[in-house]
Design a protein around this ligand. Structure first.
Ligand code: ATP
Ligand code: MG
Length: 717
């Protein structure tokens, strides 16, 4: 084998390092270690104490993956995966100078230039010793687009989560999909509630159950949700009961209002803007589907713990749904790398919202060619059950006995599951004394674990990058990504309570088109000519003429719903048409309105409407909610809840008499019916008794009569 540089025969393999003697710990650079990317499809877990070189090892894997054209999504809680962008093919001192740590230079008593020269030299020598030539760094740079995204902040490119509450594609409510969708809903609900400081129990918390039910209702009905409409639903739930309990009894309107206020705090916070303005959370985009492979780094170092959980829950579920839409694969097509998994995949009984989607990715990723690479320095706090799907284990130095024991214990059960065996004693001895960048590679495929040292990185793995450095690093990217950024048109607060425009100002005639709604015009009841005639007849002797304009057309919303209720028990079959006509010239939308500008809703028929205005005139402006498809959708949804709410009827029941009230009956009417029923029953009973008694009396009388006749006959004799 040629010295270190991967030979052409191993072209399709990942060159990750060189063998190390497990006893002497000597590095054999002329014995390169390769990894077949196919093996990576069973995922990789990298463990080791801080500074052991875990991130470096993962970046080596990524460099190889990028060179093979495999796109990746990276979660970067510490901020050092951004180092992937620090690739300098010429390895010039100036390249490094801009990025070396000033503090470290000072600590070493060097000027920044001197320190940069020292680092550049270390990289030149390191790479040369591992047989890596500059053209490989160039190839690395050209193989993929690497982007950094900064969720919830605009110092990099932010991500818009606005569509994250939309009904997900890729999963159906039938079969196993139902359970997964419910898990996703539970996860998103927990993450959302945790954002507003409600640590909720999915089973017992009323708030949790209400929100999950609302999301389920929306998703089942293919309604797209966002935070604003969710808040509306919390105030006015679209479902009347949860299980067998009325919503109001379950979570009082007061508690619902409080929850809505708390949720609204997220909407109203100035930082929310940066959660909805950004590149949409679209996995295809992040992998660069159909284009040059893309590596998307999600820098989350700036987020608080709750925000991290919130965002990562959304990202992980999005990734999982995306994965299910992919065709089956026998090799690795995409990589998902999560550095510092600690806290996101903890053992039982902990269950943060990120755990379920992570476990599902590990369990099913292989079939879809999605490889997960996970790393942690806290081996005690990961769920080995979820990791039983990991085929590759890269274990660096573990100093404490506790950590070593936990890893060996976990690995024993994992390997037993996979039908492989583990030499605990040897492994324990090796991992207690490994130097940095030296790891034990254990895979289900290898009979014996292999000790290796990671090859030198091509990128300058400097360590965590600060916010201002991210800004500097992403200036050019931001320009490239600008066209993909979505900026919701409606300010979130406006959307919480959709209101019509204040007093509409007249503007020149323009046929306002709102895409999902048909536009019709009523003929003016009194045209310009009529008005002039009227003025002339009132003020005789005067001349009147019109100097401008014509009628002003004012907007109104015509809403119709066909309501049909059919139930077996209590038997009910109701159907009616639900009609509303709402003028859009006030402060709010009055759903109870049945007339607009003096025209009653039931007077509207196709015959009196025209597609174009009959007489030229002016057009009062439309309220902002009608200015885009989303706003209109929201209005439609609201009308639907309103109609449903209005259409729901209480049915009263008398358990002893086993009778139900008829739909639409008031309680008083039902009480009267019950009383009438009781009276009828009583009368029937009385009549029956009367009849029975009457019969007995008649028989007795007959008997008496008979006896008397007999007595009299006897007397006569
Ligand atoms: N393959 C490598 N090539 C060159 N330098 C490396 C390599 N791996 C690690 N290093 C160097 O070692 C330092 C520490 O390694 P790394 O950040 O990978 O450790 P870690 O185990 O991820 O630590 P932590 O748990 O604190 O995140 C890096 O900043 C880098 O300078
Ligand atoms: Mg690290």
């Amino acid at each position: 084998m040629s010295k270190s540089q991967p030979s052409t025969a191993q072209k399709n393999l990942f060159y990750i390092g060189a063998r190390v003697d497990e006893n002497t710990l000597a590095v054999y650079r002329d014995e390169p270690v390769y990894l077949d990317p196919k093996d990576l499809s069973t995922h990789a877990m990298v463990l080791g104490m801080t500074g052991s070189g875990k991130t470096g090892a993962c970046l080596v894997l990524l460099e190889e993956a990028i060179l093979s054209g495999i796109p990746a999504i990276l979660v970067d809680p510490k901020g050092d995966l951004t180092n992937l962008l620090l690739a300098f093919p010429e390895l010039k001192t100036e390249d490094f100078e801009a990025w070396v740590s000033v503090v470290e230079a000072k600590r070493q008593g060097l000027s920044v230039r001197e320190y940069a020269e020292k680092v550049a030299e270390a990289w030149r020598r390191g790479l040369s010793a591992w047989g890596i030539r500059p053209d490989r760094i160039r190839a690395l740079k050209e193989s993929a687009e690497i982007f950094i995204f900064t969720p919830g902040a605009s110092f990099g490119t932010p991500v818009s989560i606005i569509h994250s509450l939309n009904a997900p594609s890729g999963l159906s409510w039938e079969g196993e999909g139902e359970e997964v969708l419910r898990d996703r809903i539970r996860g998103i609900t927990s993450a959302l509630l945790s954002m507003i400081g409600h640590e909720s129990d999915p089973v017992r918390s009323g708030e949790h159950i209400l929100i999950s039910n609302i999301i389920e209702y929306a998703w089942r009905n293919n309604l797209d949700l966002d935070l604003a409409s969710l808040i509306e639903y919390v105030k006015e739930p679209p479902i009347s009961r949860l299980g067998v309990i009325e919503v109001d009894e379950f979570l009082s309107p007061k508690r619902r209002r409080r929850l809505a206020v708390d949720l609204n705090k997220i909407l109203a916070s100035p930082s929310f803007e940066s959660w909805i303005t950004g590149v949409p959370l679209d996995i295809n985009f992040f992998f660069g589907e159909g284009k040059k492979p893309r590596v998307s780094i999600f820098y989350v170092a700036h987020l608080g713990e709750r925000e991290k959980q919130f965002f990562l829950t959304l990202l992980l579920w999005e990734l999982y749904s995306w994965m299910l839409t992919q065709p089956g694969a026998s090799t690795v097509r995409n990589i998902f790398y999560f550095d510092e998994i600690y806290g996101y995949l903890p053992p039982h009984p902990y269950s943060p919202p990120t755990k379920r989607p992570l476990s599902l990715l590990l369990k099913q990723g292989r079939a879809f060619g999605l490889s997960c690479i996970l790393a942690t320095q806290n081996p005690v706090d990961v769920d080995y059950k979820a990791l039983s799907n990991c085929g590759i284990w890269i274990i660096g130095k573990l100093q404490t006995m506790r950590d070593r024991n936990r890893v060996l214990e976990g690995l024993t059960s994992v390997f037993e599951d996979q039908g492989a065996s583990l030499d605990r004693q040897t492994l324990s001895r090796i991992i207690s004394s490994l130097p940095p960048r030296t790891f034990v590679l254990h895979s289900a495929k290898r009979e014996k674990p292999l000790v290796f040292r990671t090859r030198h990185l091509m990128v300058y793995h400097r360590g965590p990058i600060t916010k201002s450095e991210v800004q500097k690093l992403t200036e050019r990217q931001k320009e490239l990504l600008e066209p993909f950024i979505v900026r919701p048109k409606l300010a979130p607060r406006e959307r919480v309570a959709p209101t019509a425009a204040p007093r509409p100002e007249a503007r020149p005639l323009a046929v306002a088109k709102v895409p999902p709604i048909a536009n019709y015009y009523l003929n003016p009841r009194r045209g310009l000519k009529d008005c002039l005639e009227e003025l002339k007849s009132t003020f005789t002797g005067y001349e009147f003429s019109a100097s401008s304009g014509g009628p002003v057309y004012h907007p109104a919303l015509y809403c119709m719903a066909e309501v049909y209720v059919k139930r077996k028990r209590p038997k009910a079959e109701i159907s009616f048409t639900f009609l509303r006509l709402i003028p859009l010239d006030g402060e709010t939308i009055d759903w109870d309105s049945t007339q607009a500008y003096g025209v009653p809703a039931d007077a509207i028929s196709k015959e009196i409407l025209s597609v174009q205005p009959k007489e030229a005139g002016e057009m009062a402006s439309l309220p902002p909610i009608l200015s885009d498809t989303k706003g209109v959708k929201l209005l439609k949804e609201q009308f639907l809840w309103y109609a449903k709410k209005q259409a729901s009827t209480k049915i009263y029941y008398h358990p002893k008499l086993k009778i139900y009230s008829k739909p639409g009956m008031t309680k008083e009417e039902f009480t009267q019916t019950v009383q009438q029923e009781i009276e009828t029953k009583q009368k029937t009973e009385e009549r029956k008794i009367d009849e029975e008694l009457g019969e007995k009396e008649r028989q007795l009388l007959l008997e008496i009569e008979e006896k008397q006749t007999k007595l009299e006959e006897k007397k006569k004799k």
